[in-house]
Design a binder for this molecule. Structure first.
Ligand SMILES: [Cu+2]
Length: 68
């Protein structure tokens, strides 16, 4: 498993936390360690997914994620 910290722009409330959580949780090969406003900590199986897929899922939910 790889660990990643995503910096996420556009989050402001509990709804945002939910939306980001669900977007990430829907991806295969990922374990969410924590989601806070502006930041998500995740572990992922690099044989199944990658940082670009994580960033794209967050983008689809309406936020802008950048891997730290
Ligand atoms: Cu919000």
């Amino acid at each position: 498993m790889q660990h990643a910290t995503l910096h996420i722009e556009g989050m402001s409330c509990a709804h945002c936390l939910n939306a980001v959580n669900q977007a990430l949780a829907a991806l295969p090969g990922i374990t969410i360690d924590s989601v806070r406003i502006g930041r998500a900590e995740v572990s992922y199986d690099e044989r199944i997914t990658n940082l670009a897929a994580l960033e794209a899922a967050v983008a689809e939910a309406g936020y802008r994620a950048t891997a730290a």
